[in-house]
Write a protein that binds this ligand. Sequence first.
Ligand code: IPM
Ligand code: MG
Length: 346
Amino acid sequence: MADVKRVALLPGDGIGPEVAAVAVRMLEALVPGRIEFEEHLFGGASIDAHGTAMTDETLAACRASDAVLLAAVGGPRWDTTDPHAPRPEQGLLGMRKGLGLYANLRPVRAIGALLDASPLRPERIRGTDLLVVRELTGGIYFGEKTRTADAASDLCVYTVAEIERIARIAFAAARRKVSNVDKANVLETSRLWREVVLRVHAEEFPEVRLEHVLVDNAAMQLVSNPSDFDVILTENMFGDILSDEAAMITGSIGMLPSASLGGAGGPGMFEPVHGSAPDIAGRGIANPLAMVLSSALMLRHGFGWETEAAALESAVDGALAAGLRTRDLGGAATTDEAAQAVISHL
Ligand code: IPM
Ligand code: MG
């Protein structure tokens, strides 16, 4: 077979292995024989085995793969405020940086069948179909950190080149408009960010509508008038916070997939927005749909298999329309029942 893709599978911690297994099962049903999986310990599981959240071997294996499929990392077992102790999240951040995955795409859609599962009123969220384009390898996440006995600091740095490349991704993805979200009334990085976004817009994408929204206001608009958004372009930490908020439009954070893409033809990484949910881990009740939808993003953005990606997404829609509800969506379906429901709609 000429076109067999090699996927580095990182089940990680908590519910990670449970939902990762569903994704593998789904992909083997959908594209039998066309994907080879190679599994690696990651996050807390890697800390337990190797003392670090991501080994050099795991990073190298991921770099050599066609795509990285990650479930979730972290858990109370590895929670610490000691700056010298390893944390599961270091694996995730190290992988993003190591693979140069600067563009994080988080699509948020109000699914018809789930309008009632959202804590927001159906008439507010109906029709929402937005994309958060989050810068993923810069800003406060990766700036210098200091800690003394009585103070700590996290530096937020952005370069022009970092802003330009993420702005291009956002403009290219826009159908109606780009809402640039920053805090230009306070932060110097935001003022540079806005200037660069304005220039990239004027020089390369003048036909796309562009608006600027301060992040506090964007947080409010996301719950009061979410369907007005198309593409939200924002920096690393604002994107982290706003995408969790936006998840509630879909009814549950257990529904939200993401794609992290880099440059230079290297592999992308595909992962649910949700975490490892240690409170329900091992009970077989986690919602696997964000993981399944992340696999669909892998097929689309990672391999260019649009037909297969769309088939997987419509199987998820079909299962939901037929009444599938895991516990996070107010139902009682188990992880396995959710998997079966999606497979039956493939
Ligand atoms: C996310 C997560 C991560 C982030 C954590 C686990 C480091 O919240 O992908 O949104 O903050 O980026
Ligand atoms: Mg987050």
